[in-house]
Design a protein around this ligand. Sequence first.
Ligand code: SF4
Length: 298
Amino acid sequence: MLLQYRSGTLSAKESGGIRTLVEGVTFSLDAGESLALIGETGSGKTMIARSVMGLLPPDVQADGLSVTLDGYTADEAGVTALLGREIVYIPQNGGEFLAPQRTVRKQLYDGLRRMGLPRKAFASAAAEKLRAAGFPEPEAVLGKYPFQLSGGMAQRVTIALAACSNARLILADEPTNGLDEAGRVRFFDLLRELFPRAGILLITHDMDAAALCRRVLVLCGGRSMEQGDTAAVLAAPKHPYTRALLAARVRSGMVGSPVLRQKAAFCPYSHRCPDFCDRCLQPIPENRENGREWRCCI
Ligand code: SF4
């Protein structure tokens, strides 16, 4: 198993008290497998990704967080030491992620240096990474600064940069925002081609993007509602919240709605659920069946 994750409780101190951001979320990821974390804004998916990378904001407390990589429980310093080498982050907006004052060439060379390549191999390796990321003429891109790249070009440069690593775990944060269906499929084909043995953790609010991953975990209010094989979850969702997400599916993502964030023993979807009943006010049971997991009293 490449990654085993337990969130414990992630919470932030606020003037009105403690706010629970994520609670009791667990998942695992094999090498070569892809898992989509899907939920609305505020559902906790980005906080989970940050906790995997050991990059929680200073005001967020972790109680019971456990990140195990290849069977070894990694502390925060251990995980951050792997960033850019074996754990690679692909951001939502490549243009903002790239260092603005460094050319594409210099940024690729930085990555190749971290990989331990000899200096004399940099030029050919940088060109090869750009070609693999979809630039048939790398020379036309190497000398450019990030502000000279279109959004799509910047995103492909971040993938080329990711390829300057020995990535075993890739965290991709809304990487296909703004891309049409063909663009999304191309992006995932490229990831699989470049990183056939890496585990891919996709953070998204877009069900169409999540559908390209083998497994999906649905989040609401910082808690796991349902997880399982994507095809099975999409074909027959067990949880009312997953059904609501699918019903609200629109071309550019999902219809936004308020997110409950307060710590509560009961279901975080209860205020909006059409199936709400008295049992929903009790601690919610965890159900398991044929590799599917969901938390609901019906
Ligand atoms: S536990 Fe109750 S409120 Fe929550 S999703 Fe299930 S039926 Fe709806």
